[in-house]
Write a protein that binds this ligand. Sequence first.
Ligand SMILES: Nc1ncnc2c1ncn2[C@@H]1O[C@H](COP(=O)(O)OP(=O)(O)OP(=O)(O)O)[C@@H](O)[C@H]1O
Length: 263
Amino acid sequence: MLKIEHVNITFNKNTVNERRALQDVSLTLESGDFVTVIGSNGAGKSTLLNVISGTYEADSGNVLLDGKDITYLKEHRRARKIGRLFQDPLKGTAPHMTIEENLGLAYSRGKKRGFSMGVKKSDEEFFREKLRELNLGLEDRLKTPMGLLSGGQRQAVTLLMATIVTPALLLLDEHTAALDPKTAEQVMRLTDEIVKEHKITTLMITHNIKNALEYGNKTLVMSQGKALMMLEGQERANMTVEKLMELYSSTAEDSFTDKMILD
Ligand SMILES: Nc1ncnc2c1ncn2[C@@H]1O[C@H](COP(=O)(O)OP(=O)(O)OP(=O)(O)O)[C@@H](O)[C@H]1O
């Protein structure tokens, strides 16, 4: 499904600011895997997602999606298959366009007929139904500009946009970190429901270790540009936040940083 083979990426090569952000990273995600990604600040988590999405090109190594080598495929071409959410709810949507226009734009992705400003009546009903499933009362606000929504509502609609055409891969980069705890939990639950319902292969970066162990079926632990370990199966099921901290400090060369949310 997703295969990363020996990927390396160094920023500011041959300068005093040289930084090996990814060092010989290899990993495989099976179809339907929901992998949570943790690691201390600067561990390379976002860079990994950027290499997969095509924002950055790897210096060496390969990225394969559904058996196709996409290492050098341009970002906009990958975007048809890869959905992505960021920490900032303002990213990824057009604030002056209405909810239904934003959804229309996302729905036309990967379709031959392209995007037109008008939203078809049948699509409108479909969008209303999808919004109803979010349980945020947005089904009656199709004509509301995205910019008027709260951060949580906006992130929920962005999630819908990223998954309305089921992507081959969903990348979540701390997508609940900017929300208040209650809203974050709500968006997290929605994410889990959507990912499970459509069996979407997903990589989710989080600083919340509890969430990392609670959601998904595997956890990737990163440290200093390296994929330190992949927790899965019984080992992951038996893992607690405390045990994970111990395991990290006995394996990694650095320590967990204070940005980590432990409970
Ligand atoms: N565009 C860039 N130019 C230069 N250095 C970069 C760039 N992007 C990332 N880096 C550096 O690469 C390293 C890995 O960064 P990355 O953002 O992937 O870490 P992260 O694990 O996502 O960290 P955090 O949890 O703090 O967001 C860091 O040292 C960072 O400063």
